[in-house]
Design a binder for this molecule. Structure first.
Ligand code: FES
Ligand code: FE2
Length: 365
């Protein structure tokens, strides 16, 4: 069954994957810059796990995003700034997840209300990246979970400035097709001939990479003959992240972080909706600059940021078309399996880690 079409189309496979992730994963949920102010929050729906992460007077906490009164969603927006209150009957929750206020309090049993507490998830940090542990009795620490990736990710987290976009793109495709797509740049010179390849990427093989279990990172060199405008180059010289290529992290199971030369930072979150539908949550962060810029340099930096966002959108839509084509063709390929070459080595690495987990599933069939 592995890698045949059911692997990408069968709801039972997705349910099994959900169980695997819930049992063993720490999920990267946010960057600290998104939760700088009191009451800043981010909400995420990973499979059916509805959670929100919020700054409660400087303390970052994570709770189930479901009100204890009559189960409305507490934060409906993906991000924002407001107290953790449910807008159905206005119950308000504090940093312990307890009910700190509600209208007509005396009409409820006082003791019962005091006992209530939202389900809380453990939060931990890798530098400025915020992770949440999905299952309470998973004894793996975040450091153990990230292994050799921890240090690299930790240093990288300090380069990200403020968030500039946060939106969703729905793909009619299985989450693993979106993942396969970002784990290789073999398609860059064909699919992204007018976007990413123009920046000089996809022509040379990556020289630096590492793996740890399902996670991996990889750096792609830029083609030498693509030169930057001198004025832009001067401004970018003061950015804190001075990588010269395109760097891409995959944090198992569902997050990518990438950057083109440290000019800006992309977060991609895979949020599976069904076996053949995946929401990609897209966030982009500006770079932290090491020195103060003049007004005109800041304007140019804003321009660089907005053109990076436009290029990202173009690239994501170019990929989406291919992913949706593949998904729609799966029912016609019966038991054939995809073929991965050397350029697609990160995909092979991922499946070497991931597919053995399916032995138990196959036995149960
Ligand atoms: S359901 Fe949340 S306050 Fe009533
Ligand atoms: Fe792509």
């Amino acid at each position: 069954m592995i890698l045949t079409n059911e692997f990408y189309t069968d709801q039972k496979v997705l349910d099994f994957e959900k169980e695997i992730f819930k049992k063993e994963s720490w999920i990267l949920v946010a960057h600290i810059s998104e939760l700088q102010n009191n009451n800043d929050f981010i909400s995420i729906n990973f499979f059916e796990e509805k959670i929100f992460i919020q700054n409660f007077n400087g303390k970052i906490k994570c709770f189930q995003n479901i009100c204890l009164h009559r189960f409305n969603t507490i934060h409906e927006e993906d991000c924002g700034n407001r107290v953790a209150s449910c807008l159905y009957h206005y119950w308000v929750y504090n940093k312990e997840g307890k009910v700190s206020g509600l209208p007509c309090r005396s009409s409820f049993n006082k003791g019962k209300i005091e006992e209530l507490k939202l389900y809380e998830y453990e939060v931990d940090f890798c530098g400025n990246f915020i992770f949440v542990k999905l299952k309470e009795n998973n004894s793996t620490t975040l450091k153990e979970y990230l292994g050799t990736m921890y240090q690299k990710l930790n240093s990288f987290s300090y380069f990200l400035g403020s968030k500039t976009i946060d939106y969703n793109i729905v793909h009619k495709g299985n989450w693993k097709l979106l993942l396969e797509n970002v784990l290789e740049c073999y398609h860059c010179t064909s699919v992204h001939v007018n976007s990413f390849a123009k920046l000089g990427y996809g022509f040379e093989k990556p020289k630096k990479f590492d793996f740890f279990q399902g996670h991996s990172w990889c750096e792609f060199p830029k083609r030498q003959d693509v030169k930057e405008n001198k004025r832009i180059k001067k401004i970018l010289d003061s950015r804190t992240c001075k990588i010269e290529g395109y760097i891409h992290f995959y944090i198992y199971p569902n997050v990518f972080i990438s950057s083109v030369e440290g000019k800006g930072f992309y977060f991609g979150f895979l949020l599976p909706q069904s076996a053949s539908k995946t929401t990609l949550r897209v966030r982009y962060f500006s770079p932290i600059m090491g020195s103060n810029l003049t007004d005109s340099e800041s304007n140019i930096l804003d321009f660089i940021n907005s053109s990076s966002i436009d290029s990202l959108d173009l690239v994501l839509n170019e990929d989406k078309k291919m992913i949706e084509n593949v998904q729609s063709n799966l029912n016609n390929v019966n038991s054939s399996t995809p073929i991965f070459g050397e350029e697609e080595f990160r995909i092979n690495n991922f499946y070497n880690f991931f597919t053995p987990k399916f032995e138990q599933y196959e036995k149960s069939l």
